[in-house]
Design a protein around this ligand. Structure first.
Ligand SMILES: NC(=O)c1ccc[n+]([C@@H]2O[C@H](COP(=O)([O-])OP(=O)(O)OC[C@H]3O[C@@H](n4cnc5c(N)ncnc54)[C@H](O)[C@@H]3O)[C@@H](O)[C@H]2O)c1
Ligand SMILES: O=c1ccn([C@@H]2O[C@H](COP(=O)(O)OP(=O)(O)O[C@H]3O[C@H](CO)[C@@H](O)[C@H](O)[C@H]3O)[C@@H](O)[C@H]2O)c(=O)[nH]1
Length: 487
């Protein structure tokens, strides 16, 4: 029987998981709903401390101002479960759902242990009243069913729950903009009254016609499909970039011409060194695993091609660097500009830089790395993890002393000044599309480099003819080489 919501008012919203999604999403609700108290809970005390400090745990343009404005008024970051969850009317689950790195489904399936743990904790701690539980994390279809089953299995509880799916579509680096002005807010659920409660929260700043309602499974699936389609566009244009390099076409011109067709659209057609980030690969793997589970091998293979193309693009870039530097980078010094997976974030998860740097270290190159927002610790940790074939977050003490880690320490330097980073190197590799790279004095950089000075623009963001005038040997994605037969 559906719960009667006529006397249900949302006075407090809780969120489990104070990460890249939980933090910004809840801050936005606090901003536009001053009548609602918003509590964000995390097990990680260091992360909560950072949210309560002047140095937030994530870099996101515009977020500091919102947090500073609302924190302590109606926005609270806490490790107090009672305040954040037990006392809340609506509880968002915004925990990580990484790809499983063990057992059945290893490397493919989404690991739902954090979601399941949240459901069990809620069941065991909430004994009375009614709550709306909102799946904010990206999950496989039918996860809401698992959450619901767990919540219903308490023998000593009067509590009742409605489960909603409300996937998040924000992109890092533009989270504030995306949350303020979303293309759509998607709410999936079985009880229209519960959906209305959540829709009313968003309606404080999002137009009603942009708040769409579906059944639970469509909502869960739509999130995975959206990411597959976005990533597919990047892999498509990257595949085209290889044809351009082989034929003399220019990928920027092709993308422009193709994107002007309104049916295709111009966004997400920027050829690159490959997509990164914590979502695309994970969610495609998640969808292909689901497809296989439903015996839809052709569907799985179709979407898996998006990842294969992305892997090939990264590999192709690393190989080109080696090839153009006279087939060896051994003992050569290369400068890497950009380590984050995209601009305006300090996040490096699945960044193409990690893969390419590790390949170049394997080739015995020395790397100077500069990124405006990523710490030295993070960069070293990421490269060591990949070279040790260790999964995300698994950088335990024993890996610190492996030959691979020793090699990374010997070959990689993280440098805080871009001019120092480039000085005395044989080549510059542009790995992230940071705007500041366009403003550098490239003549000064060129003068400080070894000659011939190479520049590989993995994002096609610089003015290549100007760089060539200065004297650089420039290689970009999807543009044919001027003298392909020569070195
Ligand atoms: N990062 C993005 O841009 C983005 C965008 C849309 C959707 N998503 C999805 O949102 C979800 C969260 O992603 P994220 O990037 O914010 O992850 P994250 O790793 O930054 O944050 C997750 C947080 O959850 C906490 N946590 C895990 N289990 C917990 C528990 N039982 N109790 C309390 N805290 C717990 C972790 O300590 C961590 O701080 C994922 O499913 C992801 O796919 C991410
Ligand atoms: O034309 C493009 C656009 C993007 N990228 C790369 O693709 C990756 C992902 O970029 P983006 O999608 O902007 O950032 P994310 O934060 O990963 O956001 C994606 O993943 C989120 C998590 O699921 C979703 O919520 C967002 O809607 C979806 O865009 C980055 O490495 C970009 O550099 C390209 O190479 N070319």
């Amino acid at each position: 029987m559906s719960t009667d919501y006529s006397n249900f008012t949302v006075k407090r919203i809780g969120c489990i998981g104070a990460g890249y999604v939980g933090g910004p999403t809840m801050s936005m609700i606090a901003k536009y709903c001053p009548h609602i108290d918003v509590y964000i809970f995390d097990l990680n005390q260091t992360r909560i401390n950072a949210w309560n400090s002047d140095n937030l745990p994530i870099y996101e343009p515009g977020l500091d101002e919102i947090v500073q404005e609302r924190r302590g008024k109606n926005l609270f970051f806490t490790t107090d479960y009672t305040e954040a969850v037990i006392k809340s009317d609506v509880v968002f689950l915004s925990v990580n759902t990484p790809t499983k790195h063990y057992g059945l489904g290893k490397g493919r399936q989404a690991d739902l242990k954090f979601i399941e743990l949240c459901a069990r904790q809620i069941r065991d701690s909430v004994k009375t009243g009614h709550k709306i539980i909102v799946e904010k994390s990206t999950v496989p279809i039918k996860t809401a069913m698992a959450v619901s089953r767990i919540l219903k299995t308490s023998s000593d509880s009067q509590a009742t729950f409605d489960i909603l799916s409300n996937p998040e579509f924000l992109a890092e680096g533009t989270a504030v903009k995306d949350l303020e002005n979303p293309d759509r807010v998607l709410i999936g659920g079985e009880n229209p009254a519960a959906i209305k409660i959540l829709a009313d929260v968003y309606a404080n700043w999002v137009k009603r016609e942009q708040i769409i309602q579906t059944n639970l499974w469509s909502s869960e699936l739509s999130k995975l499909v959206a990411n597959c389609f976005l990533a597919q566009r990047i892999s498509s244009i990257n595949a085209v970039s290889a044809i351009c390099e082989a034929t003399g076409a220019n990928v920027n011109e092709v993308a422009h011409a193709v994107g002007m067709d309104k049916r295709i659209g111009s966004r997400f057609l920027q050829a690159s060194v490959g997509f990164g980030g914590s979502c695309f690969q994970k969610d495609i793997l998640n969808l292909t695993y689901l497809a296989e589970h439903y015996h839809l091998k052709e569907v799985a293979d179709y979407f898996y091609g998006v990842i294969s193309m992305n892997d090939w693009q990264k590999q192709r870039f690393a190989q080109k660097v080696v090839h153009k530097l006279f087939n060896t980078v051994s003992s050569k010094k290369l400068s890497v500009l950009g380590f984050a997976f995209k601009k305006d974030t300090g996040d490096t998860r699945e960044s193409s830089s990690i893969f390419i740097c590790s390949k170049l270290v394997e080739e015995r190159a020395y790397l100077n790395i500069y990124d405006p927002k990523v710490s030295e610790l993070q960069i070293m940790d990421d490269i060591m993890r990949v070279m040790n074939d260790a999964y995300d977050g698994d950088f335990s003490a024993h890996l610190d002393t492996t030959p691979e880690s020793e090699m990374v320490r010997r070959c990689v330097k993280v440098i805080k000044d871009p001019y120092e980073c480039v000085k005395d190197t044989h080549a510059v590799l542009i790995m992230t599309e940071w705007d500041e790279f366009k403003t550098y004095d490239w003549k000064k950089m060129y003068d400080s480099m070894k000659k011939p000075a190479f520049l590989f623009d993995g994002r096609n963001i610089l003015d290549h003819s100007k760089l060539e005038e200065i004297g650089f040997d420039v290689y970009s994605i999807g543009v044919a080489e001027k003298n392909p037969a020569q070195w």
